[in-house]
Design a protein around this ligand. Sequence first.
Ligand code: AMP
Length: 292
Amino acid sequence: MKTITTITELRAALAEYRRAGKTVGLVPTMGYLHVGHMELVRRARGQNDVVVASIFVNPLQFGPNEDLSKYPRDLARDQAMLEEGGVDFLFSPGVSDMYPRPMETVVDVPKLGSELEGSVRPGHFAGVATVVTKLFNIVQPDRAYFGEKDFQQLQIIRRMVDDLAQPVEIIGVPTVREADGLACSSRNVYLSAAEREAAAIVPKALAEAERLVASGITDAVEVERAVTAFLSAEPLARPEVVALRDPGTLETIQEIGDKPVLLLLLFVRFGTTKLLDNRVIAAKSAHFAKVA
Ligand code: AMP
């Protein structure tokens, strides 16, 4: 694996593969890798001739009250993992390589980007859409890989690619979990031992939501309230958002059974750490299975 830090050098390195008709897969990350990221790499390795992973902690997607400098980093360890995963090129630019002067151009997906996480992190998803577009322009991948764990991010990128006819196929990868069901995340390192143990309530709450829907509850607010109460039973957990939404539009749902699938999104705070998780629930089939 070759580590490259400048746009010019990466473009030059990829040009010869592109001329030879090779396919390129891109796995964008902010580093501090775990097995979830490596699943994206594994998918990319299986589907493309050349695999590029990027590590860039993107200032554009951090708000004024979010500490960019505190984001965990370990480049040497990340390099070893990516090498092991069969990555050909690691692109790890500095901020001055990606943004040599303040960005004047912004890619925004304002409706999807202001829902849910976007409502508490204004500008976050515009920062994501802008950096992902820039990475697409630099790498020009045939396919790019994103985790379903960040479901809202995945939907925003799909919509952006569709709206702007960006010539890349977006591949969503199912969430990789720890043994107790907690979604792997770079943020998990911030949890104390007690918080880490308590965090197992998050995947259990998703299962509880599915159980409630399968039992025939059709009022979305009732499910949201029950899941919030379920999470609140864990003293260390502070549920911030529990929301049943349409998975495509992220719009609220009143009546379960109207739509083929639902997305339950959870943002739960443990101490200072906010955990995200979600599950797509097959509402209609679950409901009709009960009725039949
Ligand atoms: P990040 O470094 O947190 O920006 O994540 C980079 C990519 O890895 C994003 O597309 C995430 O959705 C994806 N990702 C993070 N955690 C997981 C996980 N547990 N399973 C699958 N993909 C993940």
